[in-house]
Design a protein around this ligand. Sequence first.
Ligand code: TRP
Length: 450
Amino acid sequence: MTASGKIHGQWSSRLAFIIAASGSAIGLGNIWKFPYLLGENGGGAFVLVYLACVLGIGLPIMMAETLLGRRGRQNPINTMATLAGQAGASRIWRYAGWLGVLAGFLILSYYSVIAGWSMAYLFKMAGGFIDGASTETARQAFQELKDAPDRQLIWHTLFMGATVVIVSRGVSDGIEKVTRLMMPGLLLMLLLLDIHAVRTEGFAEGMSFLFKVDFDKLTGESLLIAMGQAFFSLGLGMGSIMVYGSYLPAHVSIARSSAIVAGLDTAVALLAGIAIFPVVFTHHLEPGMGPGLIFETLPLAFVQMPGGTLFGTVFFILAFFAAITSAIALIEPAVAWLSENAGLSRQRASAYAGSACWLLGVGTVLSFNRGSDLTLAGRNFFEFIDFLTADIMLPAGGLLVAIFAGWVMKREHSEEELEMGAWYCYWRPLIRYLAPAAVVIIFLHAMGLL
Ligand code: TRP
């Protein structure tokens, strides 16, 4: 351990932490991934299972991850090593930190490609692409983008470059201020799209798709996907929130902040679903068409709206900001580790991590065109990385966090850090029994072992 004793910066206030953590949580996961997973997994029952996962597994683990971060005050790898030392446990625990750093890195490689699609759409919108857009032209435009590796590469490079520039300057004032401005803007745009959705013909059908619970449509795998999505959307299981927690001042209520962040994140995901599905049904599109869902439906929503070109452009600008505040959180653990342990400057650490991530992202770009035949476990490259991270690594990381906070760490320590008085008795069984058991059961069930 070299510079591991170093104490990082601190957020200026509880609000700053909530904003940064919401910036990490609210991202493409809410606007892009949640709607398309929902479409693929049959709607209502998936929403219900998702909500149960957020409450029963996500929230307690979010609190645990934040508390480990605040107590360890270093990058996730060192934090795990230090806290294990304090608890008299094996330093093998630091590999839980490693797992997280690696997961964030893998996720960002494809996240950047999808964020690149949003950037491409931003310019399409501004260029008046929606004038006269029909179901067919919207479908074609998206297909053309997927078929063009060069165009996707340019956007992927720009997005990764922007992430590296921001991260290399430190997650400071700049990003805090940008998020503070952009998050309310995103919410406003989403509400506007919701109002539009209410007035479409497919509204009733969309709402019943979203909220009518039909458990017959739920398979073991969709349970796993719902749980993976809860981890992904809340940004858990890889040290993002642990690093953010490490900048958290003492005596800020971890329980209350986590509940606010989880609540906001869930609200944004549901609002996105409500904005999108009525449009899907109005235009007789297929809800289960996968990752392209929002890129084909949103242009159709905007085309019918007065001022659609302007709103459409603004929407994709905001999607870009939502994505970049999450991208920063995804790469921060790797950068913090490289600069604290490998002795690199922050600039170098960001540039190295960003370049390696960029290279891996090329695999995702190609998986939509030339390399679409290349499959691993029945999945193309993008689908494989997504499955490996969201459905395996994040739940595994979350499980380790739960076991550590619930069983390895001394009770006095977690109690002291959480400062939640009598409420602690509710958190403790959740983190010791319910959350770990649920993760294991869902996992085994999906593998067909249970
Ligand atoms: N939560 C973000 C989203 O929904 C992505 C993200 C940020 C993330 N930090 C994370 C995902 C940590 C998994 C783990 O877009």
